[in-house]
Design a protein around this ligand. Structure first.
Ligand SMILES: *Cc1c(COP(=O)(O)O)cnc(C)c1O
Length: 521
């Protein structure tokens, strides 16, 4: 394929079907070359007069050649990026059943609140007397988070769940060091089913990781935890509800055993959406837990905005919370920056993601306590609705039992069909659905973890279940073709994902001889 300049574009993956088009476009599905291929290095989209020559003072730092940026007009740039954005799947486009990620609707009210100039335009270095309203909002959010979790302190600054894990574990390390046991307690217990960030966090800040296996039913027993507890253990990191979508029935006993051994209980609260208003993690005995505002409290994920992972802390850890935190002073609210505290340090330059704090509080206030509880109940109801709708076709690793906010299937039912979990997920793309979480948790063979969230309607769930049933029946009756080459209707068909991961080609090199390399080393 040549572009309009007669230069070759990126080789296109095979377009499927007999209805090939001249352009490579398929109706509104545009074939989009790289911006370097659309633009030309020798033109500019803007007509500037040739500047008068000036003597360079850059010496050896002066640029030696062209930067290799493509020249494009404004409409060309506009179309390029709008077309790319249209290739992106989004929660605003359809159901996004990614387990453990809580891809739920982000109410537009939150966006309107976050754009209020008094919140959107504040600068972190403004005098505190001029940002009293913003500080009050952060204090209100902190109060809601402590109330909902039954805890005594909160650090708002961590910028994602994984950053929150690091914050909580650093508070635990500070508490252990304050007891003079830093050299002795060097181990963190992590269940085998944990999210990869848990062992990574423990290892990153210098702990060694000791695994604890799950039982047949997917949960962790207090006996198994006791068997790995000892005077060398600093903490356990446990997810509840766990990554199999199950509430840990012995969580209170596990907390007691951990405390008795002189260790702390870190809870991965990424799945808090399942239990808000139903149970307070502080009452279960947790000492630290991160809350993904971008999951439970409906602030945008990923490309939609930065994450935010506040950490709540129990009384035992409250003193070690990082700075800055907010305190009522003589002349209003003030930011405590460290003097005279036991704070372990700080997590980032300023105070965290202000825009996300506004969105999360807006979500909380517009729902109220009752509404937040109902959201959790509906999230669990929806997951079970999907689970029951598929249970006669797809196998569940821990039996046909109720789940929390996500339904877990394995690939036992696919045995002998020639279809794998990956194939099944790819065929979902052809049907217009983002795949579910695959091959996680690792303890379940060929795992498919489906989290519909509370924001899907009954009609939306019915269509989703009907689609998955149709796919499942196709797999079971031997229609492997529908799967093994899928996705057939996506802009690109099946990619060699292993090669893409192992040998990523991240740099474009010009196809025409004589043009300089694009990027300076
Ligand atoms: C999402 C998630 C995390 C990490 O959160 P990020 O905001 O992506 O860093 C950690 N643990 C579990 C169980 C999660 O689902």
């Amino acid at each position: 394929m040549m572009n309009k300049e007669g230069r070759p574009t990126t080789p296109k993956a095979e377009t499927s079907g007999e209805h090939q088009t001249f352009t490579g476009n398929r109706a509104l599905q545009m074939e989009e070359p790289l911006i370097f291929e659309t633009g030309r290095l020798d033109v500019s989209g803007v007509d500037f007069e040739e500047p008068a020559p000036v003597a360079s003072r850059l010496g050896s730092f002066a640029r030696k050649g062209s930067m290799g940026l493509p020249g494009l007009t404004e409409p060309e740039v506009m179309r390029h990026y709008v077309r790319l954005s249209q290739k992106n799947y989004a929660i605003d486009a359809g159901l996004y059943p990614l387990g453990s990620c809580t891809m739920k609707h982000n109410p537009r009210l939150n966006e309107a609140m976050a754009r209020l100039p008094g919140f959107a335009d504040v600068h972190p270095l403004q005098p505190v007397s001029t940002v009293q309203g913003a500080l009050e909002l952060m204090q209100d959010l902190s109060r809601w988070l402590m109330e909902l979790t039954g805890t005594k302190a909160v650090a708002l600054s961590p910028k994602a769940g994984a950053h929150g894990e690091m914050c909580g574990m650093m508070a635990i390390r500070a508490a252990i060091e304050a007891r003079g046991e830093g050299a002795q307690r060097t181990v963190v217990i992590v269940p085998e089913s944990a999210h990869g960030t848990n062992p990574a966090t423990a290892a990153l800040i210098g702990f060694s990781v000791r695994a604890v296996p799950a039982r047949e039913d997917g949960t962790v027993s207090v006996e198994a935890v006791k068997a790995v507890l000892g005077p060398d253990v600093a903490a356990i990191m446990l997810t509840n509800p766990n990554t199999c979508g199950l509430f840990e029935p012995e969580v209170v006993e596990i907390a007691a055993a951990v405390h008795e051994a002189g260790a702390y209980f870190y809870c991965d609260g990424a799945n808090f959406n399942a239990i808000v208003g139903k149970v307070r993690p502080g009452d279960l005995g947790i000492d630290a837990m991160h809350i993904n505002l971008h999951k439970t409290f409906s602030t945008p994920h990923g490309g939609g905005g930065p994450g935010s992972g506040p950490v709540v802390l129990s009384e035992r850890l409250a003193a070690f919370a990082p700075v800055p935190f907010i305190r009522a002073g003589k002349t209003g609210l003030e930011l405590v920056e460290g003097e005279g505290t036991q704070a372990f340090g700080r997590m980032c330059a300023f105070h965290g993601q202000m825009g996300m704090f506004v969105r999360a509080l807006s979500y909380m206030l517009s729902h109220g306590a009752e509404g937040l509880r109902q959201a959790s109940e509906d999230a669990v109801l929806n997951a079970n609705y999907v689970r029951v709708g598929l249970a006669d076709l797809m196998s569940q690793p821990f039996g046909n039992k109720p789940c929390m906010h996500e339904a877990l299937f394995d690939d036992e039912w696919l045995k002998g069909t020639g279809v794998t979990t990956l194939d099944f997920a790819k065929a979902m793309i052809d049907e217009g659905y983002h795949p579910m979480t695959m091959y996680f948790p690792l303890v379940v063979h060929g795992a498919m973890l489906i989290e519909p969230t509370e924001s899907e309607s009954r009609a939306s769930l019915d269509l989703f279940v009907a689609t998955l049933r149709d796919l499942a029946q196709a797999a079971l009756r031997g229609d492997a073709d529908r799967f093994t080459g899928a996705p057939y209707h996506a802009p690109r068909n099946r990619l060699d994902e292993t090669r893409a991961a192992r040998n990523p080609v991240l740099r474009w090199t010009p196809p025409v001889a004589g043009v300089e390399a694009q990027a300076a080393e």
